[in-house]
Design a protein around this ligand. Structure first.
Ligand code: KIV
Length: 292
């Protein structure tokens, strides 16, 4: 997990976009330019959430090009009911850990609820902290029209912004957890918001819980990549919350989650086995013991 500066970056040359987000030489971090180039090539890519250095290093080994330090850390890592209570201090600390644990992925941090709603100046102050203190390469914020001024100022200040439309969990008290953009009027509103986010300078757009036909239309209409979560197969990229897709989350999962592992079962049985062995004096043995 040691950080080192690649020779090309040290020499100050402008790095060319990786030939492919997955297959490019592991000499530097993925940037928003690589993500833009992937859309031009028609290359799809994967994004996962991460909230700690260890997981971020595993996803580096797996070649995941983009990691999101999502405010889903609220429900998935910090024990809150929703994303709403997550603070700037929590996002800043865990983002720094993810950056330390990973050398190649583009790391994006969520601006949590209450960190940008007051206006562009507040957004710039908090985004600047995440870029300077935590070392992330971009930030994400929720909302179309209502967040455009924030996006414009951040982008003008050199901070890449990922937009987030459809279901926006920070507004759970107002919208609940349900599919967004159903019906002609809502679909047109979402399409307008998506175009406005691109116009304001966002480099990519998350579409959460949106009908697949609408997500496909947004994807075709934009030059920037769409990142789907519960938005069908036509998006340019897909994101999942890592604890959901690894089978660590307990309870009912949204229908858009596919589980690629069953870590909860694996960890529960390993912890039980350890406890049983300690109780029965089967651990430690001489193999795990020092002698004088
Ligand atoms: O916080 C998060 O994990 C997210 C993803 C669901 C896109 O915003």
């Amino acid at each position: 997990m040691t950080q080192h500066t690649p020779a090309r970056a040290r020499s100050g040359q402008d790095p060319k976009p990786n030939a492919t987000l997955y297959g490019g030489a592991r000499t530097r971090r993925v940037t928003v330019r690589d993500v833009a180039a992937a859309k031009e090539r028609g290359e799809k890519w994967a994004m996962l959430t991460a909230y700690d250095a260890m997981t971020a290093s595993v996803f580096d080994d797996a070649g995941i090009p983009v990691l999101l330090v999502g405010d889903s850390m609220g429900n998935c890592h910090l024990g809150y009911e929703t994303t709403v209570p997550v603070t700037m201090d929590e996002i800043a600390m865990l983002s720094a850990a993810v950056v330390r644990g990973n050398q190649r992925s583009l790391i994006i941090a969520d601006l949590p609820f209450g960190a940008y709603q007051e206006g562009p100046t507040q957004a710039l102050r908090n985004a600047t902290r995440l870029v300077k203190e935590s070392g992330v390469g971009a930030v994400k914020l929720e909302g179309g029209e209502r967040s455009l001024a924030q996006t414009e100022l951040l982008v003008a200040s050199g901070i890449p912004v990922m937009a987030h439309l459809g279901l926006t969990p920070q507004s759970v008290h107002a919208m609940g957890y349900r599919v967004q953009g159903r019906g002609e009027e809502d679909a047109q509103l979402l399409l307008r918001d998506a175009k406005a986010a691109q116009e304001a300078g966002a480099f990519a757009l998350v579409l959460e819980m949106v009908p697949e036909q609408l997500a496909a239309e947004v994807t075709r209409s934009l030059q920037i990549p769409t990142v789907g979560i519960g938005a069908g197969a036509e998006c340019d990229a897909q994101v999942l919350v890592w604890t959901d897709m690894m089978g660590l989350t307990s309870g009912r999962l949204p229908r858009f989650v596919k589980q690629y592992a069953q870590l909860r079962e694996t960890m529960t049985s390993a912890a039980r086995e350890f406890a049983d062995e300690v109780k029965g004096s089967a651990f430690p043995t001489s193999e795990h013991t020092f002698s004088s």
